[in-house]
Design a binder for this molecule. Structure first.
Ligand code: SF4
Ligand code: SF4
Length: 304
């Protein structure tokens, strides 16, 4: 699975051959195949938000413990938007592999593992009204599934591998990433607090739940009691809400009602902190100016 990272959304400048839902492929993977588990012994698995929910439920852990024990973070873009990958051992084998028995979490395996050997490419071509989903095929020497005598369409393969539910929940996340990428420098580098919120809402859902149910949050956003009840119990409802909140925070799309004067109240409460930060910035700037002037003066007297 080393070269098999599906690009979500697609970011390389070299577009691979795009395959569609009705493209026929030749592939079959089964427990009796000679390369069984070869892909999991060289795993490079990027996780999407719904993967985390399924895996932490499967392993009976909180998202916080799951992230600490099973994932490593990486920067998805130059603005510091974080992604996560499954941890591997020193040889590159997935830690969720259960010896020769195969995947230890098979019915809850991540999207990337379900798609393999296909890659999912989420694209938003210029001028297109909607995002598009295409696929690419990865052929690696160690994977003998391509030599098996079975043909089926990509649509049939996706259904067989159970990715439909995963794609449905993760779709808004893919759209969020595409929008961030297509907006480019116009939205600039998000502040640190927004980057932290992105990580919390997309991956650390149990901590995100505590944040959403806090008095501070309730004082800012006006949500119905039923919505809070759903967010308290349902991880998927919480993920979907998180994607909406991120669109509001990152792109200013107002779909969640804020309480009247909530911003003013928060500004009043935070005023001493913000003023202290501003003062620190000013001091830093002044010190830099003074240092520059000293350097110029020394340089000039040196020239003379
Ligand atoms: S999660 Fe399962 S299928 Fe995916 S790489 Fe790990 S062991 Fe293999
Ligand atoms: S056929 Fe490919 S996907 Fe299946 S076990 Fe072998 S390497 Fe992995």
């Amino acid at each position: 699975m080393s070269e098999q990272m599906p690009d979500i959304p697609f970011k390389s400048s070299i577009l691979p051959k795009l395959l569609e839902e009705d493209t026929r492929i030749r592939f079959r993977c089964h427990t009796a195949i000679s390369c069984f588990n070869a892909c999991c012994r060289r795993a490079d698995v990027t996780l999407a938000p719904y993967d985390v929910v399924r895996l932490k439920q499967r392993l009976g852990m909180t998202s916080t413990d799951f992230l600490a024990k099973h994932t490593v973070p990486f920067e998805m873009d130059a603005d510091g938007l974080m992604g996560i990958k499954l941890k591997t051992d020193d040889q590159g084998a997935c830690l969720l592999l259960d010896g020769d028995k195969g995947c230890g979490v098979y019915t809850d395996r991540p999207t990337v593992c379900r798609y393999y050997p296909l890659g999912l490419l989420a694209l938003h071509p210029k001028g297109a009204a909607e995002d598009q989903q295409h696929y690419s095929m990865v052929v690696e020497a160690h994977c003998k599934g391509h030599e098996e005598d079975r043909e089926l369409t990509i649509g049939e393969y996706r259904a067989e591998q159970g990715v439909l539910e995963y794609d449905e929940v993760n779709r808004e996340w893919y759209q969020l990433l595409l929008k961030k990428r297509s907006a480019g420098p116009t939205v600039g580098r998000p502040p640190l607090a927004s980057l932290q919120l992105f990580f919390l809402a997309c991956y650390d859902v149990d901590r995100f739940r505590r944040f959403v149910l806090s008095e501070n949050f309730k004082g800012t956003y006006a949500l119905d009691a039923e919505v809070y009840a759903a967010l308290e119990q349902d991880d998927v409802a919480l993920l979907r809400f998180g994607f909406r909140l991120l669109r509001q925070v990152l792109f200013g799309e107002r779909t969640i009602d804020e309480r009247p004067q909530a911003w003013e109240k928060r500004a009043q409460e935070r005023a001493p902190v913000w003023e202290a930060r501003l003062e620190a910035e000013k001091r830093h700037w002044q010190e830099q100016q003074e240092a520059r002037m000293r350097e110029e003066t020394t340089g000039k007297s040196g020239d003379a």
